[in-house]
Design a protein around this ligand. Structure first.
Ligand SMILES: Nc1ncnc2c1ncn2[C@@H]1O[C@H](COP(=O)(O)OP(=O)(O)OP(=O)(O)O)[C@@H](O)[C@H]1O
Ligand SMILES: [Mg+2]
Length: 358
């Protein structure tokens, strides 16, 4: 078992609040990502789990035992930092072996473990080389092996892929995910990359300015973001956000009137994902602006009387050219409506295009 429970955990340095009081449970074997922009408190949270920082308030429990006073070396965690800094003067074998040095493990047992873990991360042929003699992706795997060789209960990863090029990042994402499933180690990944978080993790903890804004599966964050911050942070290309005013069952957006359901009167922000907009015979009139080719998808920027909207559709060549007049539509069920007063999602509120009514 390896379950983590944070109760009322916070961290501050004099004036700086790195983490507001936070409750969070991470289940045994789960892969959880801490996601948020720079400075939101992700690394601070991870370092408290590692035992490197002490919480200002609250308790951290591993399997029901409070570990606040347990030193890092006694916490049974494997860590990979952003700068995974292998020891340059040591071979790959010596690097992987390093965490075992005071563990009272026999030489043959250590050798077996190094072999096992090296095979797992596919560096078994590189054991006699030095870090300077292997590639970035291989160094990354060695760092992972070094974190896993103790067979820790918890694996803590702080931006482990940020030093890799884009292609290798995608490969390593899948490899780490696969490895984690295979060995079932409870894993916490820190990242500011929403694609990394949502492709790798079972659940994502979305943070902003020292606060947990939402915890959910990638799908939950995407389909039902709690607030405007999450809606705009999760999902690429970014969600369309347009300001409007709700009164009765209509929403006015600039000169356009939309119908609405489940609304309260007041200032609202409507969220429409680019892939939820589609071209139609009838609907909201618009004019094609820029078109971005994104491999197998086309991203259109469309001028409408609700503002510029992004529309994403599958395709390897644009269907429309800049300047062409088109209509677009969306399903009411895909629309999100947020209160502009506090940014919160208004549950079950939707907007409709009332075709021909304008
Ligand atoms: N040792 C420290 N002393 C004082 N303030 C700190 C310390 N460590 C972090 N902070 C502050 O706490 C806040 C959270 O920092 P943290 O490193 O947790 O952010 P992060 O989410 O990991 O950001 P990044 O994505 O840039 O790594 C920041 O405002 C940071 O300046
Ligand atoms: Mg950090």
């Amino acid at each position: 078992m390896a379950r983590i429970e944070l109760s009322n955990v916070s961290k501050r340095w004099e004036e700086v609040v790195a983490l507001e009081p936070t409750d969070l449970v991470i289940e045994n074997g789960e892969f959880v990502a801490l996601l948020g922009p720079s400075g939101c408190g992700k690394s601070t949270t991870l370092l408290m789990l590692a035992g490197i920082y002490r919480p200002t308030t609250g308790t951290i429990k591993f399997d029901g035992h409070v570990v606040n006073d347990v030193e890092a070396k006694d916490r049974d965690v494997g860590i990979v930092f952003q700068s995974y800094a292998l020891y340059p003067h040591m071979t790959v074998r010596e690097n992987i072996q390093f965490p075992l040095r005071f563990k009272g493990i026999s030489k043959s047992e250590a050798e077996q473990r190094i072999k096992d873990v090296a095979r797992m991360v596919r560096v078994e042929d590189l054991l006699d080389r030095r870090p300077s003699q292997i590639s970035g992706g291989q160094q990354q795997r060695v760092a992972l092996a070094r974190a896993l060789v103790k067979r820790p209960q918890f694996l803590l990863l702080d931006e482990p892929l940020s030093n890799l090029d884009a292609t290798l990042r995608i490969v390593m994402r899948a490899e780490i995910r696969h490895l984690q499933r295979e060995i079932g180690v409870t894993t916490i990944l820190v990242t500011h990359d929403q694609i990394e978080a949502t492709t790798m993790a079972d659940r994502v903890v979305c943070m902003s300015k020292g606060r947990v804004e939402q915890v959910g599966t990638p799908q939950e964050l995407y389909l039902r973001p709690n607030n405007i911050f999450i809606a705009s942070f999760v999902g690429a290309p970014q969600i369309n956000l347009v300001h409007g005013h709700a009164h009765g069952d209509v929403v006015s957006v600039r000169d356009r009137i939309l119908r609405g359901a489940g609304l309260a009167a007041g200032a609202v922000t409507i969220g429409l994902r680019p892939e939820h907009l589609s071209f139609a015979e009838d609907g909201l009139p618009g004019r094609i602006g820029d078109v971005e080719m994104m491999g197998r998808e086309m991203l259109y920027f469309i001028e409408t009387d609700m503002g510029t909207l992004r529309l994403l559709e599958a395709g390897t060549a644009p269907r429309f050219a800049a300047g062409e007049a088109i209509h677009l539509t969306f399903d009411a069920a895909d629309s999100l409506v947020f209160s502009r007063e506090n940014g919160a999602l208004i549950p079950d509120a939707h907007v409709f295009l009332s075709i021909g009514a304008n």
